[in-house]
Design a protein around this ligand. Structure first.
Ligand SMILES: Cc1cc2nc3c(=O)[nH]c(=O)nc-3n(C[C@H](O)[C@H](O)[C@H](O)COP(=O)(O)O)c2cc1C
Length: 198
């Protein structure tokens, strides 16, 4: 069995300089996930976003950019821009538990609206040309919410599902729900990736 090591994104910490220094001094990582950027309503990349995702700044690192949005048009736009830069996979952030993010219905906040999430994926997967992977929580309040979410994920060709087996309200505290993670491993039609931080 081949074990692949992915570098988890930490917003504000694992920026491009951090990733390059890690790679030069420690290595041991196959793919670096870039912390999320949120597309602007005007669909313009800010200088900060561009600095993080420009492949020229990443040197020889194998990287996967991450996008945070609850609008299909934003992800379709971002996937096209990132595809033009040479990326073959885009990761959608459905895991961020921060109140400022979830109040806008983004990150883990999107998990509160499964019907809308289903329509979002329907539109996204009928347009995008690059692979789309997803980072998800188990739900908002209770891990039991994950059954409905997994049913939705299973309907789409998600390149890989990274599961952080906590719900949004648990933020980063407490034991993870290993039982739900094990069930998801067995029931996911898409490949599942483990969640550990670097
Ligand atoms: C400060 C901080 C920033 C994070 N930023 C992101 C991010 O941009 N995208 C993302 O998918 N996950 C992000 N995460 C989640 C981590 O990638 C990882 O999934 C999580 O920390 C795993 O839980 P653990 O810290 O309990 O092991 C962040 C976590 C922390 C603590």
């Amino acid at each position: 069995m081949t074990v692949r090591c992915d570098f988890a994104p930490l917003d504000g910490i694992t920026k491009v300089v951090f990733r390059r220094v890690w790679h030069a001094f420690f290595g041991g990582v196959d793919r670096y996930f870039i912390p999320f950027f949120s597309p602007t309503p005007q669909h313009i990349l800010t200088p900060r976003d561009r600095r993080e995702i420009d492949p020229a700044n990443g040197g020889d690192l194998c990287q996967v950019p991450q996008v945070m949005t609850c609008r299909a048009g934003d992800l379709i736009w971002a996937a096209e821009v990132l595809g033009d830069m040479g990326y073959r996979e885009v990761n959608l952030n459905l895991g961020c538990p921060s109140g400022t993010v979830t109040a806008k219905g983004k990150g883990a906040g999107f998990l509160a609206r499964p019907g809308e999430l289903d329509r979002f994926f329907d539109e996204v997967f009928s347009h995008v040309k690059v692979s789309v992977s997803v980072k998800t929580r188990l739900g908002i309040q209770s891990p039991e919410e994950f059954g409905r979410l997994l049913e939705i994920y299973n309907r789409y060709p998600i390149a890989c599902l990274t599961i952080h087996p906590r719900v949004q309200k648990e933020k980063y505290r407490g034991e993870v729900h290993r039982d739900v993670f094990a069930a998801a491993l067995a029931e996911s039609r898409n490949p599942v990736r483990k969640f550990h931080a670097a």
